[in-house]
Structures are given as structure tokens and as C-alpha cells.
Design a protein around this ligand. Structure first.
Ligand code: PLP
Length: 437
């Protein structure tokens, strides 16, 4: 996965950077100043300081509509995977467009409800739901649990019984297909911890010994940043065959949840092929008569945002040029964690000479970098840079490592902007501690 050679020989023709000029969400003005929608990014930085994430509201709207249009004419519901970005304003905006929420913990469930999502539009997943989380979700009245093991099913049945409730359940099957993505974000192979093997799920669906469980549907999620439709088509074919066998035995599952994972453009990848998706994935599902559920995260959020950071220092060690920025792995851990690539550009472009840089943060870790061997227009000290495609698994994975203050988040709507999350304060860093020794 080393990016080195690729980055130097990068094909700028198709890259995200090149498409910036045509991008409605992030673009340069004639004066070479980067804007998010109608707002000059430097003007935000003057008021908020750096680093901060800036989001385009229109991006979320357009992506949600793009996905909805691909499903036009079918019975479907989109559940936003809150884990990709759980800011309340972002959840609220997607909810106002008609999205439900896919959550993975009591915390995400709490956030979704706080953001105005009806519990009747919330799915709770996760391989290790605690008794407290199950109780909380039943009390809230969520739409359904996605169950990942027989042990968990028994636990949910027991807790639902004590609360006098019925738990709606979809088994998350593991169809054992290769999503051909990074091993850390691949989830649909037999060797992964996720899901229940199809053969076992088929047996569990026939279990009549769980009085407080109602089987409502079937669920899968193959991984993330999946570029092609084949893994979906293959997994759906296998799983629909199981559903048909169950139907013959009188067990009808009403919805088929295909999960999320639709790939996006970070560099010169193409966007997820929706035309083909409609033909090879949606058509067979539609023919089955089941309602289609989807759980997109990254697809809705990744390119909504840029992480804006300041060049603090420029340095050279041997032959290597470094840009030391005020954002690092505490703001955006994807490069360190997954060797992920993010395009980095200067916020003001002045047709300067380009050089090859490593862009590194201020944390005390050699693994603290945002980009390696990237070709960037040579910036000056104190200048702003933008790390593109930072909307998914950016702020959601931000940490306080090195006792860093988590950054601000800014939402742009046309020519207006507002802070949707303030920068953390030093006082907040210690608020839960008792300094009593
Ligand atoms: C992470 C996750 C998603 C969202 O994945 P994306 O790649 O962001 O679309 C959806 N469903 C489940 C179960 C997940 O774990």
C-alpha cells in the first residue's frame, strides 16, 4: 500500500485536485482563494483559528439525493452510518432529508436521538453490544437490532423478556466474499470477526425457542471503500437464496440490508458505479419483493469536508522536505492507521513551483503524518493548507492523544457558515478527573 511512487507519478488529469476547479463544494476563486460553497476559507480561519474541519451542507444534500435517485422506484430506506461522522448538525441535516441512522453503540444511539432521528428509524449494530446498550435501545424503541452471534440473540431475548418487549432482529450474515479493500476495512470474509456464517444463520432463523424475538430481515456489510458492484452482487445472490429457502419453510424476512461501504474518490479513483449498481444489485433485490435498507457512511460524508490547518514550520532533513502543520494524527488518523491517501493543497494557490513534501503533525510519534511524498505548491510559514476528503472517519476518530484539543467544526451553507462544534478547551481536557492524591 506504499503511496510513494504513485504519488510522485500522480496522474493529475483525473485527480480530485484537478476536479476542484469543477467542484461545487470546494473550489478556487479567480484570485486563487479556496472557497467552501460561497465562503472564503481564509476568512473562517481568521475567526476560528486552526485546525478545523469545514463541511459543505450542499454536498450532503446532493449525495443523499444521488443515492435516493439510484433507488428510485424501489421500496428502500437509507440509514446514515453515524460512525463516519457523528456531529449532531450533520446527523440532523441528513435526517431532515429522510435518512434514518445506523448506530454502533449507546453513544451513537444517544447522538442520533439527540439530533432528532426517530428511534423507529434507527438500527443498532455491533459485534459486542452490552446488556446496558441492549436495554437502552429497547427502552428507546429502536427499529431493530442487527445481531452478530447466537449468544447475543439469547441475551437480547432475555432482556426483552424482562422489559416485556419484543425485539425486532435482523441477523448480520457473513457471506464470505472478498470486498477487495484494505484488510482493516474488509468485513465480509469468513476470517473476519463480523457476522454469522450463512449456513448457521439459516438454522437460527428457524429457531422457535426465543419468544421475545421477531425476525424482521437480513443484514450484511462487506467492508468499506468498495470500488465495484461485484462483491455486493455475489453476497446478495448467496443471501437471497437463503431467504428463498426460508420462505418455503414459512419464514418471511421483510427487508434486506445491504450495508454501506460504497467507495468514494480520494484521488483518481472513479466514484461508485451507480448505473451498474442499479442493474446488478438493486434489480435482483427488487425482484425478491423485499424492502431494501442501505447504510452508507463515507459515501455521504467523505468529500463533504476539508481539514484546514496551518503550516507552522518548513524544514529539511537530508533530502526530505517537511511541512509541519498544526493538525496531525489526533485530528486525522486515517493516513497513520490505514496508510490512507488524502490530497493536500494550499488554501491559496499562486501558481508557485511544486515540491515533494512529507506533511507531518506536531505529535511525538514517527507515525504522525498526514501525507508522504506529496507534490504540493511550495507554501510559506503560517500559510493555510487543506487536507481534502476529510469528512468521514476524520473528526469521528479524533483523539486527545498528547493532550491535544480536539478541533472545531464549521458548517457552510451557501454564503453562510456557523460553528457546529467549538474547539475543545484546556479545562475540558481535565473535567472528569479527580486530582486527589
Ligand atoms: C462502518 C459501517 C458502515 C458504513 O461504512 P462506510 O464505508 O462508511 O459506508 C455501515 N454499516 C456497518 C455495519 C458498518 O460497520
Amino acid at each position: 500500500m506504499a503511496n510513494t511512487a504513485k504519488n510522485i507519478n500522480r496522474n493529475f488529469e483525473d485527480s480530485l485536485l484537478n476536479s476542484l476547479s469543477k467542484n461545487k463544494y470546494f473550489s478556487y476563486s479567480d484570485e486563487g482563494e479556496m472557497h467552501c460553497e460561497g465562503v472564503n476559507i481564509s476568512s473562517i480561519a481568521e475567526k476560528t483559528g486552526t485546525p478545523f474541519f469545514v463541511y459543505s451542507k450542499k454536498y450532503f444534500t446532493d449525495r443523499f439525493n444521488l443515492l435516493s435517485n439510484a433507488l428510485h422506484g424501489t421500496n428502500f430506506k437509507i440509514f446514515y452510518a453515524v460512525k463516519s461522522n457523528y456531529n449532531l448538525s450533520i446527523i440532523r441535516h441528513l435526517s431532515s432529508l429522510g435518512a434514518g441512522a445506523d448506530v454502533n453503540s449507546a453513544g451513537e444511539l444517544y447522538r442520533a436521538v439527540r439530533a432528532g432521528v426517530s428511534p423507529a428509524s434507527i438500527l443498532l449494530g455491533g459485534v459486542g453490544k452490552s446488556a446496558e446498550e441492549i436495554t437502552f435501545a429497547l427502552e428507546q424503541g429502536i427499529l431493530l437490532f442487527k445481531v452478530e452471534s447466537y449468544g447475543e440473540l439469547i441475551q437480547i431475548d432475555r432482556i426483552a423478556g424482562t422489559l416485556n418487549k419484543t425485539a425486532r432482529v435482523a441477523l448480520r450474515v457473513n457471506p464470505n466474499v472478498n470486498a477487495k479493500t484494505h484488510p482493516y476495512i474488509s468485513t465480509g470474509l469468513a476470517e473476519n470477526k463480523f457476522g454469522i456464517p450463512l449456513e448457521e444463520a439459516e438454522i437460527i432463523y428457524q429457531d422457535k425457542s426465543l419468544p421475545n424475538i421477531k425476525f424482521a430481515g437480513v443484514d450484511m456489510h462487506l467492508g468499506s471503500q468498495i470500488a465495484t458492484t461485484e462483491p455486493y452482487a455475489e453476497a446478495i445472490e448467496k443471501t437471497l437464496a437463503m431467504c428463498a429457502r426460508l420462505r418455503e419453510k414459512g419464514i418471511t424476512l421483510h427487508h434486506f440490508d445491504i450495508g454501506g461501504g460504497f467507495g468514494v474518490q480520494y484521488d483518481n479513483e472513479s466514484d461508485f458505479p451507480f448505473e451498474e449498481f442499479t442493474k446488478t444489485v438493486i434489480a435482483p433485490l427488487k425482484a425478491s419483493g423485499m424492502t431494501i435498507f442501505l447504510e452508507p457512511g463515507r459515501f455521504l460524508s467523505a468529500n463533504s469536508s476539508a481539514l484546514i490547518s496551518k503550516v507552522m514550520y518548513l524544514k529539511k532533513n537530508g533530502n526530505k522536505n517537511f511541512i509541519v502543520t498544526d493538525a496531525g494524527m489526533s485530528e486525522l488518523i486515517r493516513p497513520s492507521l490505514y496508510d490512507a491517501y488524502h490530497q493536500i493543497v494550499t488554501v491559496n494557490t499562486k501558481n508557485r513551483e511544486k515540491k515533494i513534501y512529507d506533511v507531518v503533525g506536531p505529535l511525538c510519534e514517527s507515525g504522525d503524518f498526514i501525507g508522504k511524498e506529496l507534490e504540493i505548491e511550495a507554501p510559506e510559514q503560517d500559510e493555510l493548507i487543506a487536507v481534502l476528503s476529510a469528512g468521514a472517519y476524520g473528526m469521528a476518530m479524533a483523539s486527545n492523544y498528547n493532550a491535544r484539543l480536539r478541533p472545531a467544526e464549521v458548517f457552510v451553507d451557501g454564503s453562510d457558515w456557523k460553528i457546529i462544534r467549538k474547539r475543545e478547551t484546556l479545562e475540558q481536557l481535565v473535567q472528569n478527573e479527580e486530582d486527589c492524591l
